[in-house]
Ligand binder design. Structure first.
Ligand code: ADP
Ligand code: MG
Length: 409
C-alpha cells in the first residue's frame, strides 16, 4: 500500500492539525547554527495554513532530561519558524495540559503555534507502549488530524510518530513524501551504473546497509574511518587509524560476497596519515601498503583519503547514473582533512542522473564545505531513517501512514 499524502480534496478549513516535524536543529549556546531542518517543513506548514487549518507544530530537540532542561526549549525554533514562514508562530509553554489545550483551541483558522520540546514529556520516547499510548491519546482528543513531516524520526516508535497517527486521520507531509519517493527509486529502480559511496566513522553502523545494497549496486566506493577495517581485512597495517577489529571477519565475508556478485569495490590507494587527531596535526600522504612507514611509524592515524584516491573516487562517481553517498571521506571538520570529502561532493554535483546525500554528518559536511542543496538531486534530512529505509526495513512512522517496503524480487 502506498503512503497517504496530502491531497487537494482534503477539507482542513477550521481543523486543528498536529504537524510532527523534525526541527532538531544544531544549537550553539541557544543559537541555531543551521536552519535547514526548519526550511524543510515550511512548504507543508504553508499548505496547511493556506487551507485554513490551525496548526500545532511539534518536534523534539536534543535529549533533555526533563522539562527543567531550559536550554533545550523549543523557543529559538519557534522564533526561527516565525521568521522563515513570515507569520507569527508563538511557542506554547508546554507539551500537554490545560494551558496547552486552551492555547490550541484559541487559534483561528490559518494560525500556527509551536509546542514545547516533545521530549520534555518522557512518555514521548518511552519503551513502555502504554505510556506512549497515554500521551498520544491526550493529543488525539484535542486535534482533528495529524501530519507527519519529520523524516528524521519515522524509524522510531514514538508517541507523536507512531501512536498518535494511529488514532487520528493522518497524512505524510511533502518532505516525507519526497524522501520516500527518492529513496524508493534507489531501492527499486536505480538507473545504472549505480554507485554507493560509504564513509563515516564506523563500519559497524553500516553493516546492515552494505548487506542490503550489495545485491543491487554496481559499484561500492569506501572511504572515511570505516575503510581502515576494510584495509585491515585485506592485510594492510593501518597504524592508529580507526579500526574495529571485531568486524574484520564480517568485512572479509562482504568482500567475498561482492566479488561473487560482480560488484566492483573501489578502495583508496593512498591515505593522509597524521601525527595526531587535531586540526593542525603534521601529516603525509602514503600508499596503502606503507601506512606505517611515515615519520610517525605505527603511531600515525589516517584522517583522509589521499589525492590519488580522490581522483579515482571522482571517476567512479562521474561515470554513474545513480549515486547514493553516506559518510564523509575524512575528518572534514578539520579543514586540512576535508579534501577527500570535498572531492566526492564535487563529483556528485556533476552526476547527470540521480545523486542522493544521506546521513546527518554527510548533509552537514556538504553545507559546511559551501555546497548548495540544489547542486544535488536530493539531500536526505534523515540519517538513520534513510539508512534503515535502504536496508529494506519497515519504518514504524511510515507503516502507520500506509506505506510498505517493496517485497524483494
Ligand atoms: P553520517 O552521519 O553522515 O551517517 P557518520 O556519523 O557515519 O556519518 O560519520 C561521520 C564522522 O566520521 C565525522 O564526524 C567524521 O569526522 C568521521 N570520520 C570520517 N573519516 C574519519 C577518519 N578517517 N577517522 C576518524 N573519523 C573519521
Ligand atoms: Mg553521524
Amino acid at each position: 500500500m502506498a503512503l497517504t499524502t496530502l491531497e487537494e480534496s482534503l477539507d482542513l478549513d477550521g481543523r486543528l492539525v498536529f504537524l510532527r516535524v523534525d526541527a532538531n536543529v544544531p544549537l550553539d549556546n541557544g543559537a541555531i547554527t543551521d536552519g535547514g531542518r526548519i526550511r524543510a517543513f515550511l512548504p507543508t506548514l504553508k499548505w496547511l495554513t493556506e487551507r485554513g487549518a490551525s496548526v500545532v507544530i511539534a518536534s523534539h530537540l536534543g535529549r533533555p532530561q526533563g522539562p527543567e532542561d531550559h536550554h533545550l526549549s523549543a523557543a529559538p525554533v519557534a522564533a526561527r519558524t516565525s521568521e522563515l514562514a513570515g507569520f507569527p508562530v508563538p511557542l506554547i509553554p508546554g507539551v500537554k495540559g490545560d494551558a496547552v489545550w486552551s492555547a490550541m483551541e484559541a487559534m483561528k483558522p490559518g494560525e500556527a503555534v509551536f509546542l514545547e520540546n516533545l521530549r520534555f514529556d518522557p512518555r514521548e520516547t518511552s519503551k513502555d507502549d502504554s505510556a506512549r499510548l497515554e500521551l498520544a491519546m491526550e493529543w488525539a482528543s484535542h486535534v482533528d488530524a495529524c501530519v507527519v513531516d519529520g523524516f528524521g524520526v519515522v524509524h522510531r516508535k514514538q508517541a507523536s510518530v507512531y501512536e498518535l497517527p494511529r488514532m487520528t486521520p493522518s497524512y505524510a507531509g511533502f518532505l516525507v513524501a519526497k524522501e520516500v519517493e527518492v529513496l524508493e527509486q534507489l531501492t527499486s529502480r536505480p538507473e545504472r551504473p549505480y554507485t554507493v559511496v560509504l564513509g563515516g566513522s564506523k563500519v559497524s553502523d553500516k553493516l546492515g546497509v552494505i548487506e542490503a545494497l550489495l545485491p543491487t549496486v554496481d559499484r561500492l566506493v569506501i572511504g572515511g574511518g570505516m575503510v581502515f577495517t576494510v584495509l585491515a581485512a585485506q592485510g594492510h597495517a593501518v597504524g592508529k587509524s580507526l579500526l574495529e577489529k571485531d568486524h574484520i571477519e564480517i568485512v572479509k565475508g562482504f568482500l567475498d560476497f561482492a566479488s561473487k556478485l560482480g560488484v566492483e569495490i573501489v578502495l583508496p590507494t593512498d591515505i593522509v596519515m597524521a601525527h595526531s587527531f587535531s586540526p593542525d596535526a603534521p601529516h603525509v600522504t602514503l600508499p596503502i601498503d606503507q601506512l606505517e612507514h611515515g615519520p610517525q611509524g605505527a603511531d600515525a592515524l589516517g584522517l583522509d583519503i589521499g589525492e590519488e584516491s580522490s581522483k579515482a573516487f571522482q571517476e567512479a562517481i562521474e561515470g554513474s547514473h545513480t549515486v547514493f553517498w553516506n559518510g564523509p571521506m575524512g575528518v572534514f571538520e578539520f579543514e586540512a582533512f576535508s579534501k577527500g570529502t570535498r572531492a566526492v561532493a564535487e563529483a556528485l554535483t556533476t552526476v547527470r542522473g540521480l545523486s542522493v546525500v544521506g546521513g546527518g554528518d554527510s548533509a552537514a559536511a556538504v553545507r559546511a564545505l559551501g555546497f548548495e542543496d540544489n547542486q544535488f538531486g536530493h539531500i536526505s534530512t534523515g540519517g538513520g531513517a534513510s539508512l534503515e529505509f535502504l536496508e529494506g526495513k519497515q519504518l514504524p512512522g511510515l507503516e502507520i501512514l500506509g506505506w510498505q517496503p517493496p517485497v524483494a524480487p
